[in-house]
Ligand binder design. Sequence first.
Ligand code: HEC
Ligand code: HEC
Length: 284
Amino acid sequence: MHRLWFGALALLFVGGTELRAETLIERGDYLVNSVMGCGNCHTPRDKGVQVMERHLSGGFQTFSEPWFVVKGANLTPDRDTGIGAWSDNDIKRALTHGARPNGTPLAEVMPSAFYKILTPRDLDAIVAYLRTVAPIRNEVQTPNYKSEPPPSDYPLAATNLTDKDLSDPKKRGLYLATLAHCMACHARTSAEQAADYKNTFGKGGRAFKGPWGETVAANITSHPTAGLGAWTDAELKRALVEGVSRDGRKLKPPMIDHVGYYKKWNDQDIGALMAWVRTIPPLP
Ligand code: HEC
Ligand code: HEC
């Protein structure tokens, strides 16, 4: 009798915290602010710290690539300078096809090539959440497109996943790693070179210069010496959620900025991401 009572309580507790159906807005909040880290490119900063009163009102950094010079757009519902006048489908098209309502393609630093994998429910969730953000007037500098970028299709984003697929840990890992667009950085061997998802998948090599000096995207393949092949799960998790490399070194930008998001992922999702990282074929 005692045991039965205890069991019923535990179930109730689980029902109250874990299993309560998440609302669409809550799911969108988690995607935008944890899994996909939109604010990393779309929120201003003051001395390196995101200004949350101006959340998603336009990025702090300028992306200067051989093909364009752009800044993260204002995603708040301000009608003139944000996306308040866009329809739900306009927002979804920007996310998955990288185009504005008038058809202008977005610079490929906006990870639309990866966001193609988004399930219909998650697209709805992102739109629902973006509608709840405070509208902020902020005119972001006009993009400067210098030349047509090379094709940037991310092959794995073509995987068609259903909501049911996402309860399979393998597919969930693939989905989350795609949304987190690890390969936008870890499949590029230099700043001049576009990502190569066939020959340099996970190999790294691209340098990032900034006030922190220079960092180079690491080899995150399962290669035993050049990559993460010999790392334990605990070491990999520490790098992803604490930003500490295997040798104890603190990781620097741009990786450390992402760690700020990964540490907000739930355990199931971090586990799925790590399982996926382990499947990246070794490259020297
Ligand atoms: C790696 C940086 C980066 C991330 C992460 C990112 N974006 Fe962007 N996004 C950009 C940049 C840069 C632009 C502007 C591109 C241009 O001007 O061609 C942009 C443009 C957009 C636009 C078009 C807005 C307009 O007015 O033209 C939308 C909508 C958008 N992003 C939504 C999102 C959402 C939602 C997320 C997260 C789910 C996100 N972005 C994540 C960099 C990023
Ligand atoms: C914006 C570019 C960028 C993105 C996106 C990115 N990384 Fe990184 N990553 C880097 C850079 C640069 C470094 C090296 C940082 C340093 O040396 O301080 C790094 C380092 C790492 C390390 C540490 C490796 C080592 O040898 O210390 C791991 C692990 C890692 N990244 C995994 C990932 C995973 C998994 C994802 C996606 C979930 C990801 N990264 C997304 C740029 C990026």
